[in-house]
Write a protein that binds this ligand. Structure first.
Ligand code: GLN
Length: 192
C-alpha cells in the first residue's frame, strides 16, 4: 500500500512516524506529481488557512480532486478535515475547501478560551477508548446522507467517514497510539 502525507505545513512528520510504527511506509508529499500511484493521502492538522494557501500555489486543488476521483483515499485530521469539507462555518476570507466530503465543519468551534484539551473517546470499530487530542479544533456540525459518524464528544461529531474519505477533528498522530491509523488502513483504504 502506498501512503502519502501532505507535507506543506503542520503535523505531517508525526503521521509518517505512526504509519511506520505499524510497519507501513508513508512518504512526505510536497508536489502534486508525487500523488501519482498513492493508495491513500493524509492531510494533516496545522493551520487550514496556511495549508490552503500553499495548496493553491502548488496546484494541489485540482490534483487532489483528480486523484481522489481515480481511487485515492483521503484522511483529513483537524485542519485537514476542514479542507476536505463541502462547507466551512466561519471560514477565513477566500478559504476554499476541497469540497470532497459532504459535511459542514465549524472552525475553532470550542472558542478561543479553550485552546486545547484531551478527552477519552469511543470510536466505532475500536476496542476500548482512544485519547482525543483537540488543538483549536473544529467540530463537524452535520454529515450528508452517505456519511457515517465514527465518534462524538459532548454530542458533537468529531470523526466521520464517507466511503474512502475520513475526517477526524482531533490528532491521533500525537498520541503514540496507532489504532486510528490502522483503522484508516484496514477499513477505509482496504475497502475501496
Ligand atoms: N484551527 C485550525 C484551523 O482552522 C486547525 C487546528 C489544527 O489543525 N490543530 O486550521
Amino acid at each position: 500500500m502506498r501512503i502519502g502525507v501532505l507535507a506543506l505545513q503542520g503535523a505531517f512528520r508525526e503521521h509518517i512516524l505512526t504509519f511506520e510504527a505499524l510497519g507501513a511506509s508513508a512518504s512526505a508529499i510536497r508536489l502534486p506529481g508525487q500523488l501519482e500511484g498513492l493508495d491513500a493521502l493524509v492531510i494533516p492538522g496545522g493551520e487550514s488557512t496556511a495549508i490552503a494557501k500553499l495548496m493553491r500555489s502548488y496546484g494541489f486543488y485540482s490534483a487532489l480532486r483528480e486523484r481522489h476521483g481515480a481511487g485515492m483515499a483521503i484522511w483529513g485530521t483537524c485542519a485537514g478535515a476542514i479542507l476536505l469539507a463541502t462547507h466551512i462555518s466561519d471560514a477565513a476570507a477566500d478559504q476554499e475547501p476541497l469540497g470532497l466530503m459532504d459535511m459542514t465543519i465549524r472552525r475553532n468551534a470550542y472558542g478561543r478560551q479553550v485552546d486545547s484539551f484531551e478527552v477519552e473517546l469511543d470510536i466505532a470499530r475500536l476496542d476500548g477508548s482512544f485519547t482525543g487530542v483537540f488543538i483549536r479544533a473544529p467540530w463537524i456540525e452535520s454529515v450528508g446522507e452517505a456519511g457515517e459518524v465514527l465518534a462524538r464528544h459532548d454530542g458533537r461529531i468529531v470523526a466521520a467517514r464517507q466511503g474512502d474519505l475520513m475526517a477526524t477533528t482531533f490528532h491521533p498522530e500525537l498520541t503514540g497510539d496507532p489504532r486510528v491509523h490502522r483503522l484508516f488502513l484496514e477499513y477505509i483504504v482496504g475497502s475501496r
